[in-house]
Design a protein around this ligand. Structure first.
Ligand code: ADP
Ligand code: MG
Length: 574
């Protein structure tokens, strides 16, 4: 074994640490939740691996988390006997920030330098382990990967560098020891060397962790009498502080909103409460329980290439995998949660899951449940629905392209800007209810922004007629409008494409028809001259009845690619 190696933190990691050290976040208690969460993950992973790999040389006889406080030296330790990390794992996982959302956020932060905004934003990221630097001026992590003999010690004060050295007698699993900051002694609220305080935090934030979290019983402060007996001190019996109940398996009415919210934070790495909690329990031929959440805001990586998707999969309380894609479609990638199935093999892999009939059935049910929940929010709480739509509407609309089975349900919960109201978006249902007599179709126009669309010459005749037009300005709108033919029996029609017939059939009399033909003849020469002259730019020049004040406008063929769609294709390199 060799000696101590010193490493520099990656730029992003260093920056995050600076934010932690200068304690941007007002509720420092959450550092403990993060460490317990990591310990719990490590125990889950060890159990799973030992179930799958019998040759793994690991001790799984008493998997647990222990919290130790040394008031004299003011250190706090969170210990687990889980999977642990190898030397390279420590360098890779603790020294760098792999999460691209966090990295992107930090890059923006470096450029903006707005400290106040960063304080609020930081909670959005899975900063996990680093949050220990909110309360500690030095952190020591000792770890040994299950099945390996060599352990590793990692030490840092959070200022630019960390050291790593091999340890020969490290126990299996990981311990994180924090040397608590001295200033915390003054403020009783923040005394993390107090066993009462620590217990309270565990109860509040980590009660549902399914592994035992053990602590020495809280002792009254030492008295002069105790000091005299110090010679015969013996280690006190440890007690389990948390109730260890899996929330999704408990009866609905028994669990409080706070408990659900803490659980959400545990699995999502979000520090804010979720927008909605969704419970499902299915009995019968195949049993499963699920506890899903709609976050209150979109994660940073929602549109990134390597974004995460899917919920956690358990089989009879045994953790199987994170980000189980097979259970959630892409357009619901923002949903977090847990699905616990009773009749699956512990050996399922991501590949076999995609083909599994039970999983497919579960997914169908989950998707329907999520969509019906959104619909409930929509009809019961306009403000919460508005938040949902602002954060996730664009993603949800992706579902209009692929999910034929739920297209109607998705359309029901969509809302769009419209000429009807300058501020409030409308639902399609609302639009249909306002349709005028003689109006047959749902009219829309796509474009880059509301103001561009509204000032388009295509709009004139519709405004004149008093027909409402949906103003679709998300890039995704260009795609789904082509895929979705109708809503509630009404066709969706672009006002910028093809021949839009503004007068319904019976209003048109033959006189008008004759007049149009006459005008067509009168202008035939001019039109053909213009068509030839502009042949590089346009296919055809024709008379129009759709304009009222503008002299001319450019119209796409019904099946043409619109300018905005051209932009999308171009940006995708096509
Ligand atoms: P996250 O939990 O979001 O991945 P963290 O900063 O909390 O981020 O942890 C980073 C990584 O370090 C974890 O993904 C895990 O691989 C590793 N790690 C942290 N704590 C432990 C632990 N107690 N046991 C094993 N691995 C751990
Ligand atoms: Mg973590």
């Amino acid at each position: 074994t060799t000696g101590v190696e010193t490493f520099e933190f990656q730029v992003e990691a260093r920056q995050l640490l600076q934010l932690m050290i200068h304690s941007i976040y007002s509720n420092k208690d959450v550092f403990l939740r993060e460490l317990i969460s990591n310990a719990s993950d490590a125990l889950d992973r060890l159990r799973l691996e030992s179930l799958r790999d019998e040759s793994l040389q690991a001790d799984t006889s008493d998997l647990h988390i222990a919290i130790e406080i040394d008031q004299e030296s003011r250190t706090l330790t969170v210990r687990d006997n889980g999977i642990g990390m190898s030397h390279d794992g420590v360098v890779e996982l603790i020294g760098t920030i792999a999460n691209s959302g966090t990295a992107k956020f930090l890059k923006e932060l470096r450029e903006s330098k707005d400290a106040a905004a960063s304080a609020d934003l930081i909670g959005q990221f899975g900063v996990g382990f680093y949050s220990s630097f909110m309360v500690a001026d030095e952190v020591t992590l000792v770890t040994r990967h299950a099945g390996e003999s060599q352990g590793t010690r990692w030490v840092s004060s959070g200022a630019g560098t960390y050291t790593i050295e091999p340890v020969d007698d490290a126990p299996q699993g990981t311990s994180v020891t924090m040397r608590l900051k001295p200033e915390d002694t003054e403020d009783h609220l923040y005394d993390y060397a107090s066993p009462w305080k620590i217990r309270e935090i565990v109860k509040q934030h980590s009660d549902f962790i399914t592994w035992p979290i053990r602590m020495a019983p809280a002792q009254p402060p030492a008295t002069a009498e105790d000091e005299a007996e110090e010679g015969e001190e013996k280690a006190p019996e440890l007690e389990t502080v948390n109730s260890m109940k899996a929330l999704w398996a408990r009866p609905k009415g028994e669990v409080t909103d706070e408990e659900y919210h803490e659980f959400y934070k545990h699995i999502s790495h979000d520090w804010a409460d979720p927008l909605e909690t969704i419970r499902m329990q299915a009995e019968g031929t195949f049993e499963y329980q699920s506890l899903l959440f709609i976050p209150a805001r979109a994660p940073q990586d929602l549109y990134m290439q390597d974004r995460k998707r899917g919920v956690q999969l358990y089989v009879k309380r045994v953790f199987i995998m994170d980000d189980c894609e097979a259970l959630m479609p892409e357009y619901l990638r923002f949903i977090k949660g847990v699905v616990d199935a009773a009749d699956l093999s512990l050996n399922v892999s991501r590949e076999t899951l995609q083909q599994d009939r039970q999983i497919q059935l579960m997914r169908r049910r989950l998707v329907k449940k999520v969509l019906s929940t959104v619909k409930d929010i929509m009809s019961s709480d306009a403000e919460r629905y508005a938040t949902f739509w602002k954060e996730f509407g664009r993603v949800l609309k992706e579902g209009l392209l692929g999910d034929l089975e739920n297209r109607e349900a998705i359309l029901e919960v969509c809302s769009f800007a419209s000429t009807h109201d300058a501020e409030q978006p409308t639902t399609l249902r609302g639009y249909v209810e306002r349709m005028k007599d003689g109006q047959e179709h749902i009219y829309y126009m796509t474009g880059e922004s509301r103001s561009i669309v509204e000032s388009s010459p295509h709009m004139e005749a519709f405004r004149d007629k008093g027909f409402e037009v949906l103003l679709l300005t998300d890039p995704i709108d260009e795609l789904w409008v082509d895929a979705v033919p109708e809503f509630d029996g009404k066709q969706l029609r672009s006002i910028a494409k093809g021949q839009v017939d503004l007068d319904s059939q019976d209003e048109k009399d033959e006189e008008a028809e004759a007049e149009r033909e006459q005008r067509q003849k009168d202008f035939a020469e001019l039109l053909s001259w213009m068509t030839t002259t502009l042949s590089e730019q346009v296919k055809e020049v024709r008379l129009s009845s759709r304009l009222t004040t503008s002299p001319a406008c450019i119209v796409g063929d019904t099946f043409d690619v619109t300018p905005a769609l051209e932009n999308i294709y171009r940006s995708m390199g096509q």
